[in-house]
Design a protein around this ligand. Structure first.
Ligand code: NAD
Ligand code: ISE
Length: 340
């Protein structure tokens, strides 16, 4: 069976996912798209033999759309996800699930009322081979109980529109999701330290930031977010346990010996770093849609938890205090199971 997909938002990542669903994943085709920029939607639709429709609602309701991918701007995600649930169609939503915890909870309620999972959130790191192996090592007990995690999330540069709060909302949100999943634990407190600011940034921005987390089990996590590091896109993660440690590998690259140096290139953006993860994410999602089963990736509950924790980080950045993530509700049985 070919899964027919409608895509809402044909910007940067929307186009990348449309390419993936058309040329990389077998058993999927994009049949309808839309964008506020109708000329862009027409152009993208024509490139893959799809139809450009006027609104997200029209894409969701189209008879030749079995499942929906939401890649529009974050503040518009909730309305599209809620409409897809109302139509009873599986929906893959790029992060964030919604920009407010209240909207995330509306989605959780609608999905719970529907009676089975329809929503998957685009936290693609759970599909990265390195993170998956790290999780296996942790769950196997090979390094003993995890005690500490050291992480870094560095981007070469960000545009002027990037704000200090986005270090949590747009960037650290990936670590928040993947760490909850890696440790099978919940984040209970957050704090943000403000190091000396790099001069290579727009004046309004606090960059870098050091984020500190404590989990329910007492694991301490430090995360450096540095989005104008200049040298490339660099993701680091090391989990230290009672009997050993496990560290993410650097992406493979040839070693060059030249002009008296031995070097390996550093990737420049997240697209290259997580390309295989995005492919696996969509392959596994499409398989569940084709089989008519529930998605197995990050749930609406994970999307909700990530938004509550990023809200706490923004509060911690502003106050300089340790913030307790008290707003996070207990995970309902509907979203229960072994993994978060
Ligand atoms: P973008 O601005 O390049 O594209 C978004 C597109 O959505 C634009 O073309 C815009 O016109 C369209 N749009 C906005 N509201 C719409 C609506 N109501 N209906 C139809 N179209 C609408 O942005 P982007 O970089 O592609 O990011 C899109 C989403 O993907 C964001 O939520 C972002 O956080 C997420 N994202 C995720 C990752 C990742 O690593 N998983 C990476 C980049 C972006
Ligand atoms: C971007 O939106 C992403 O999602 C990338 O994965 C992340 O590394 C980057 O910092 C964000 O701006």
């Amino acid at each position: 069976m070919t899964v027919r997909i409608g895509v809402i938002g044909t910007g940067m990542i929307g186009q990348d996912h449309i390419r993936r669903l058309t040329h990389v994943i077998t058993g999927t085709e994009v049949t309808a798209v839309c964008d506020l920029d109708t000329a862009r939607a027409e152009e993208v639709a024509a490139s893959v033999g799809a139809r450009a429709l006027p609104t997200g609602g029209a894409v969701i309701d189209a008879a030749d759309v079995d499942a929906v991918v939401v890649t529009s701007w974050g503040p518009t995600h909730a309305e599209h996800v809620l409409a897809a649930i109302a139509a009873g169609k599986p929906v893959f939503c790029e992060k964030p699930l919604a920009t407010t915890a209240e909207d995330c909870l509306k989605i959780v309620s609608a999905e719970t009322a529907h009676g089975s999972r329809l929503v998957q959130v685009g936290f693609m790191r759970r599909y990265d081979a390195g993170y998956r192996e790290m999780r296996q090592v942790i769950t196997s007990g090979a390094i003993g109980a995890p005690l500490m995690v050291h992480c870094a999330h560095r981007n070469a540069t960000v545009p002027e529109s990037y704000t200090s709060a986005m270090a949590a909302q747009d960037t650290a949100v990936h670590e928040i999701d993947v760490l909850r999943w890696l440790l099978d634990d919940e984040i209970r407190t957050v704090q943000v330290l403000r190091p000396r600011r790099t001069s290579k940034r727009y004046a309004h921005l606090q960059d870098p930031q050091i984020m500190l987390f404590e989990t329910a089990e007492g694991v301490r996590i430090d995360l450096e977010v540095f989005v104008n590091c200049q040298y490339g896109y660099d993701i680091q993660c090391e989990t230290v346990g009672e009997e050993g440690l496990v560290r993410l590998p650097d992406p493979a690259g040839v070693a060059v010996r030249s002009a008296g140096r031995h070097s390996t290139a550093v990737l420049q953006d997240w697209k290259g770093r997580f390309e295989n993860a995005f492919d696996t994410e969509f392959r596994e999602w499409a398989e569940t849609v084709a089989a008519g089963t529930e998605p197995t990736g990050p749930s609406a509950w994970d999307g909700y938890a990530a938004t509550v924790i990023t809200d706490a980080l923004v509060q911690a950045l502003e106050s300089g205090e340790i913030v307790h993530v008290d707003a996070l509700k207990e995970r309902p049985a509907f979203y229960g199971g072994a993994s978060r």
